[in-house]
Design a binder for this molecule. Sequence first.
Ligand SMILES: NC(=O)C1=CN([C@@H]2O[C@H](COP(=O)(O)OP(=O)(O)OC[C@H]3O[C@@H](n4cnc5c(N)ncnc54)[C@H](O)[C@@H]3O)[C@@H](O)[C@H]2O)[C@H](O)CC1
Ligand SMILES: [K+]
Length: 509
Amino acid sequence: MKIFSADQIYKADKSTIEKEQISSDMLMERAATRLFEWIHTRLQGAQVNIQLFCGIGNNGGDGIVLARHLQEHGYNIQVHVVNYSEKRSKDFLLNLERLKDRKIWPDFINEDSSFPLISPEDIVVDAIFGIGLSRPLDQWVANLIGHINASRAFVLSVDIPSGLPMDRPPVSEVIEANHVLSFQVPKLVFFLPQTGIYIDQWEILDIGLDTEFLTHEEVGYELIGPPDVLPLYRPRNKFSHKGTYGHAVIIGGSYGKIGAVQLASNACLTVGSGLVTAFVPKCGYHSLQTALPEIMVLTDDDDENIEQITIPFVPNAIGIGVGMGTSEDTAKAFGAFLKKQENPVVIDADGLNLLAKHQELLKSVPAQSILTPHPKELERLIGKWDNDFDKLEKTKKFSSKNDCVVVIKGAHSITIYKDKGYVNSSGNPGMATAGSGDVLTGMITGLLSQGYEPLAACVFGVYLHGLAGDIAVHQYGYEALKASILVENIGRAYQELLRPPNRENSQES
Ligand SMILES: NC(=O)C1=CN([C@@H]2O[C@H](COP(=O)(O)OP(=O)(O)OC[C@H]3O[C@@H](n4cnc5c(N)ncnc54)[C@H](O)[C@@H]3O)[C@@H](O)[C@H]2O)[C@H](O)CC1
Ligand SMILES: [K+]
């Protein structure tokens, strides 16, 4: 699903209004009707106290229209206009008049007003600022937002939590939303660590914006869910054999860190690679052969570290770096190995640390190779960033310059290739555990080995990895989720992804 910028959303509005020959207030009416339906379906007329805080722009206008619908259906409402500017929008004013025509008199909150009492049992509708927020809040507006946050009432934000800009981190208070009803499209800020903290749940409300515009407009980011990954799936052929799905090699490990290779190799095989060989220092031989009978093991001459990488065949995919260490000898072996590679490789963990330490090696990394850093590893590679938006821009530049796919691991892992970012939607905090990244490296390598293109292997692999975590968490809970359990659930993740949509319902009936 595409993620649009504020400018693009305004363009989509304009295009809809022109094509459908409707007025802008009709679009506002449509948006607010969706809001009303969402609330009405859940509350069914319950006499809970609903306090609507409306700004003076179109986000506020949405809130004012919603208030009218709620009142018409017998809800218990209080409307507050947050009077932060004289420049009221046309549709806000129009709807304020309509509200007054129905004898609903909002109270106006100004700089000198005392704030209304909000009980924890109330519902707050946050329609103060939408995607138009463009400068820091006046102090009294920030205080009001702080007052709402302190109330412990359930807060429903219209379109985006007020105080959150669309394209940079906030500088003052932001509404802490329990639920955001986002018009038509998700916003990038929902998924970034610095801004996503203000959103508990979010949902899209379809307000019927021009589909032709939405389809054809180029975007910088996409949110990746099942409809996006399913077309990437490469079904198995009845007459295939293990050779069809490639021979992958996982290179890594050092004394005390052979487990990383075990996890990655196991994930690589489980995601479907035909054959898997692990290349480790000698000390890893017995444990790997015992733990994973399905994989083959090659060893370095050294007992504890990788010092020379020799693979006596041409693998279909290689993943390198997990648990590998960063000794000088390993760095040399890594450099010599990179120089010999012609096909994309997957580089993780100490492979990334070595690249960061010896940046001259970057030019030996084959085109379209995959780098899977967590934020610290990314920082070592691309330098410090000012904020999440800067981080993404810098990563895009790095990806373009070095022609590589970068998977920024995190709560919503983002795969970057050149000027485009793919934001993952699966996964959970239980996956923040030792070895989770090794499993991902193995999965991506295993997908490459089966013939997935590098970018597709990342987008698909990251989603499947998260889905395995989401399935596992039902059984184990967040704390007890371990990386090996993720591997055990890769098969179920495939099944879940490929399950026909109506199967669950028919089983229940
Ligand atoms: N397609 C859609 O999604 C639709 C969205 N709608 C709603 O419209 C808002 C966006 O409305 P807009 O009037 O452009 O912006 P805001 O309401 O967010 O802001 C109001 C106003 O305030 C000015 N401003 C910006 N920053 C500050 C500040 N710190 N202090 C004071 N004033 C500030 C700014 O210039 C704006 O003019 C969208 O989110 C949806 O809720 C439509 O109703 C339907 C279609
Ligand atoms: K809002």
